[in-house]
Design a protein around this ligand. Structure first.
Ligand code: NAP
Ligand code: MG
Length: 506
């Protein structure tokens, strides 16, 4: 039954966003705002209403070529190449400050372009984006090599000193998805910039707006021309041209595992360095002794936050048998309370999915679950009509081999399964996925929870919490969830080369 009433029209925009959208949208190449070489544009839509918000340039190979040239020039010879680490750090810090100064505007753009609630975008996407620049600004002055005592057995008699220097990898191509448009841009740009790289960023076709606004902010902060170039366009054209470009030294990608494979193939021609942050189907394990007052809202947020459009969503719930019914009832009650609506309506807790394609994909999974015998305790169908709304859904009576259990749905759909004991079979089932991005454990016993955490094949494990992200904490996947880590000190190696220099003092 559809208990959700969605308003038909978009609430009014702020004057700042209204003004910004009224001017012509362009891409950032070599410090200038330009249209595509082809002159083509495409529309970006408000997923709550289906209305066109703005037209943006349809960049393709020709524009990627210009952007890569600009990034190469900026890397080799521009003021960026001569900038001290201290000045680079201060510039990054200023970008973080300006993001906070424009927090409302950026959150509003996320709400209309992606569909997420503005209040959530401001508290999460925008705040974490600013923090990423602030955190990474500190690393600019701390990228240190080592002096290394060597024995040089084949060069006896020489008086040698050896040291390593960590150097920026060069021109980086970055390709990002639509689920956290601004935050994914920040996760990619901040570490690349703090290490001294230059960038061509290809944003997702569904959500180009906030990254373009971020480009303006970066220029306002004083970023020299060509250091960051932002291309709007499609994956098959602009994205493919970037990942196969012979003058790009490294590709950093976030998105589907399927496209991750295409990126690796394209980058393999000239053996570019590649880092990947891909999909997930994360297990979330609730032990019989868990504190249900925190576990039930925590597990609901683990799947329903951002409408389930999170690579790390806790989408496979395992609950110990003695409390299974209570947990599912509690989660169902939580899910029914979630208010769907336009992202700009103040009390909206969940907006639409990002696009018609995602709506069809997620409702296709719901139909597949139904036909295979899964039962929805809430939700279960798309709302239909205007906008791409799918209500929070919990599926029970599932079997491990069902598609809804095996595949990443990327929507507000939880599958819940009971288990008897914490034993090898439970751990094996939790790890029974091609993915290994994140996991959750809920228990009053720290010891048991830690033991389980150690056995889970995942890059992040949360105990008695979920979705805790921090610029200082590495994030990334085991298995087919990716290569390398985002954030923290760990991300720096994605953007650095190590050079060993040995000098004969004699
Ligand atoms: P996607 O196709 O992997 O898109 C991610 C980015 O890659 C976009 O910028 C996309 O451009 C670009 N791209 C697409 N094809 C490309 C190619 N051949 N070469 C280079 N770049 C290419 O993801 P999606 O279609 O937006 O979503 C599909 C599924 O991916 C979701 O349902 C979800 O399972 C997963 N996903 C995962 C994450 C994550 O955070 N790990 C995020 C989003 C989606 P376009 O924008 O033009 O497509
Ligand atoms: Mg859009």
């Amino acid at each position: 039954m559809n208990e959700h009433v969605i308003p038909k029209t978009r609430p009014a925009l702020s004057p700042a966003v209204e003004r910004w959208l009224a001017s012509e949208r362009a891409m950032l190449i070599d410090g200038r705002w330009v249209q595509a070489q082809s002159g083509k544009t495409f529309a970006t839509h408000d997923p709550a209403t289906g209305d066109v918000i703005a037209n943006v340039p349809e960049g393709d190979k020709a524009d990627i070529d210009l952007a890569v040239k600009a990034a190469r020039r900026a890397f080799e010879t521009g003021p960026w190449a001569r900038m001290t680490p201290s000045a680079r750090g201060r510039l990054l810090h200023k970008i973080g400050d300006l993001i906070l100064e424009h927090a409302d505007e950026l959150a509003e753009l996320e709400a209309i372009d992606n569909g997420k609630p503005k209040v959530v975008a401001k508290a999460a996407d925008v705040a974490l984006s600013a923090d990423m620049f602030h955190y990474m600004s500190g690393w600019a002055t701390k990228i240190e090599g080592k002096t290394i005592p060597i024995s040089a057995l084949a060069a006896p008699g020489l008086d040698l000193v050896s040291a390593t220097r960590l150097e920026p990898i060069g021109v980086v191509g970055q390709i990002i998805p639509w689920n956290f448009p601004l935050l994914m841009a920040a996760w990619k740009l901040a570490p690349a910039l703090t290490t001294g790289c230059t960038v061509v960023l290809k944003v997702a076709e569904e959500t180009p707006l906030s990254a373009l606004r971020l480009g303006e902010i970066m220029l306002e902060a004083g970023l020299p021309a060509g250091v960051v170039n932002i291309v709007t366009g499609f994956g098959e054209t602009a994205g493919a041209a970037l990942s196969g470009h012979p003058d790009v030294d490294k590709i950093a990608f976030t998105g589907s595992t399927e496209v991750g494979r295409l990126i690796v193939r394209a980058a393999s021609n000239d053996l570019k360095k590649v880092s990947l942050e891909l999909g997930g189907k994360s297990p979330n394990i609730v032990l019989g002794d868990a504190d249900l007052d925190i576990t039930i809202p925590g597990c609901a947020a683990s799947i329903f936050f951002n409408h389930g459009q999170c690579c790390n969503a806790g989408s496979r719930l395992f609950v110990q048998k003695n409390i299974f019914d209570r947990v599912v009832e509690g989660l169902t009650a939580e899910a029914r309370k979630i208010k769907l609506g336009h992202g700009l309506t103040e009390d909206t807790q969940m907006g639409p999915l990002v696009s018609q394609v995602q709506y069809e994909r997620v409702t296709g999974y719901l139909a597949s679950g139904r036909s295979e015998g899964a039962r929805a305790t809430c939700g279960g169908e798309g709302l239909g009509g205007q906008g791409y709304f799918v209500p929070p859904t919990i599926l029970v009576d599932t079997k491990p081999e069902m598609k809804v259990v095996r595949e990443e749905i990327f929507g507000p759909v939880l599958v819940a399964t009971p288990f008897d004991e914490v034993d090898d079979a439970l751990i094996a089932e939790a790890n029974n996925s091609v993915y290994g991005l994140a996991a959750g454990v809920w228990s009053r016993s720290q010891g048991k929870a830690q033991q389980i955490a150690h056995r889970l094949r995942a890059g992040t494990v949360w105990i008695n919490c979920y979705h805790v992200f921090d610029a200082a904490l590495p994030f990334g996947g085991y298995k087919q969830s990716g290569w390398g880590r985002e954030m923290g000190q760990a991300v720096l190696s994605n953007y650095l080369e190590t050079k060993a220099i040995t000098t004969n003092l004699g």
